[in-house]
Design a protein. Sequence first.
Length: 388
Amino acid sequence: MKISLRFMGNWNAKKIAICLLMIAGVSFSSFGQRFEWAADAYTFMDNQSFGGSPYSTRTIMSGFRISPEIGLSWDEGQHRIMIGSHLMKEFGTTNYLDRINFTGYYKYKKKGGNLRNHLLFGAFPREGLLDNYSGLFFCDSIRYYRPNMNGIFWQLGGRNNHINIWVDWVGAQSSTQRESFLIGLSGEQRWKWLFVDLQSYSYFYYLYPILNEVPTAILEQDLQAKASVGVDFSKSFKHLNKLRFSVGAMGGIQKTAKNFSSTYYPIGLVLDLNAEFWYVGTRTTYYYGKPVLRNETPGIIQWSNPFLYGNHYLETEWYIPFFRNDLLTAEASATFHITDNKCFFQQQISLKVNLDRDKLPLKRHFKKKHRPEPPKDGPHPQEPPKAL
């Protein structure tokens, strides 16, 4: 039997979804389920001093976001169903809340042996899933204002040897936005200190703005991929937290028009360096080649780094990690963007707190002290003599 909630109205659909969640919670009572909760808090300030740049504008992005979640887990935490929201307040506005994003997803994560299986589907947090991608693929505002991925994410393997496939549906066809989605593939294979790396996604963007506005759909398709080989000596020496260098190529295929008659093939050389010694680090990327972006592809512009309009681009970020653990992450950075013989400056400060029932540091203080009960038939244990 198939149940559809799409045409039943927003409020009825919400009530039915809540009832189904409650019924599911009762039905799991015989499978050793556990109540789960999580609450993430994130604040940021990003001052982009890009005045005078033909590719971007000067802007300041700042705000605070809290992300509460509740749900159920079973089978020793390998399976989870979570529901929650992202509540965001932008600094300086008069609104009580500026953005609200629904979160609801299923999560499967199995650890064992050399193979790790990680599956997510629904509307789930983007945080940490695409950290292996270069800063050339995504602009900074994605991290601030698009906290969720909507679709599916599947990864096999761990941090060093892995492959992942994902789909992120970022726009549904309506009277206010165009239909668009991304399909991505990335992975890494390591042999001691040597590694090969692949990062890619394909972006589909339909150019008709509203439902039934034009009889023929015009599609913009953009494929970007970066393949590299490098060395990783992270934590090989005392106080050397990270040292990773790679050389690779970044290319793409961009097609626009009804019959894909306009095709563009950008390609270029990419150098990446990520080094961190003691409490200072740098993330530096250099691109030289054909411009990745062009005005004929308006869809991908809202996702990619805007400085890829130029044929050479250097981005060097210097950061200080004040805190970095499972509970708290705090970082301040200064970034220099150099293109067309001009330098632009960017400053960022971010702080993130991750809490859940397993990480809560104060839970041990709320445990009741266990005192063994005396045997019913035997003598009671004698109390120690009181001091005079």
